[in-house]
Design a binder for this molecule. Structure first.
Ligand code: MD6
Ligand code: FE
Length: 203
């Protein structure tokens, strides 16, 4: 993969255009095979509303939410173990996070029909010294990045198919979210939608 210099978004590294079209299509095949084994579902927020983003996971752990809270689980809500994280996805982690241990969760987020994700911190992992790497596929999304306090100032960037973001160091616990998706802006998926993969070290 070509060396590219990341943009700095409040301490988070944004690698625009990291994956070319063929790499994006091959990842899409990997995502389809994950979803074939572990179907997408709408997690329930602790306050009892289904999230607008559908999810599933690969790896030892999957991210899960219901009225008792957010957590990692070794099983899909239907009772099966999560599929393995595909090697193509692990290879991207090794390229961009070479000093970090292997990720144990690849969370798959699927945005359709006006789905968005409110400002949140990723803090269900044990060790925040490890980064979270995120891969965008499909439609463009407006990603908002803030600071460690919920009311810190924010900056936004449009994430396109093939872009990769690494949230590590001081930005690891910063608030972030997806304000909106330009549905239909990418031709990667047959229908409109956006897929986001996040890789995390959990234990
Ligand atoms: C998304 N991403 O791009 C949502 N979290 O759909 C995240 O919530 C995220 O991009 C941690 C690190 C990177 C991310
Ligand atoms: Fe997040």
């Amino acid at each position: 993969m070509a060396e590219i210099t990341p943009l700095n978004l409040k301490g988070c590294k944004v690698y625009k255009g990291y994956l070319d079209k063929s790499a994006q299509h091959s990842l899409l095949g990997d995502v389809r095979s994950i979803v074939g084994k572990a179907p997408l579902f709408s997690p329930m927020t602790p306050w009892g509303k289904p999230m607008s983003v559908k999810m599933t996971s690969a790896g030892k752990y999957g991210w899960y939410s219901d009225k008792t809270g957010y957590r990692y689980s070794t099983q899909h809500p239907n009772g099966v173990e999560w599929p393995e994280i595909p090697l193509t996805i692990l290879k991207i982690w090794n390229e961009l996070c070479p000093d970090s241990p292997r990720p144990e969760c690849c969370l798959v987020n699927f945005y359709q029909d006006g789905a968005k994700m409110g400002l949140h911190q990723d803090k269900d992992e044990k060790d925040f010294s490890h980064p979270v790497l995120s891969i965008s596929l499909g439609d463009d999304a407006l990603f908002r990045m803030g600071g460690v306090q919920k009311n810190d100032s924010t900056e936004s960037v449009w994430l396109s198919s093939g872009d990769i973001l690494v949230m590590g160091g001081e930005s690891r616990l910063a608030y972030h979210g997806i304000d909106r998706v330009k549905f239909g802006s990418s031709q990667l998926l047959k229908a409109a939608g956006r897929i986001n993969l996040t890789l995390r070290v959990v234990d």
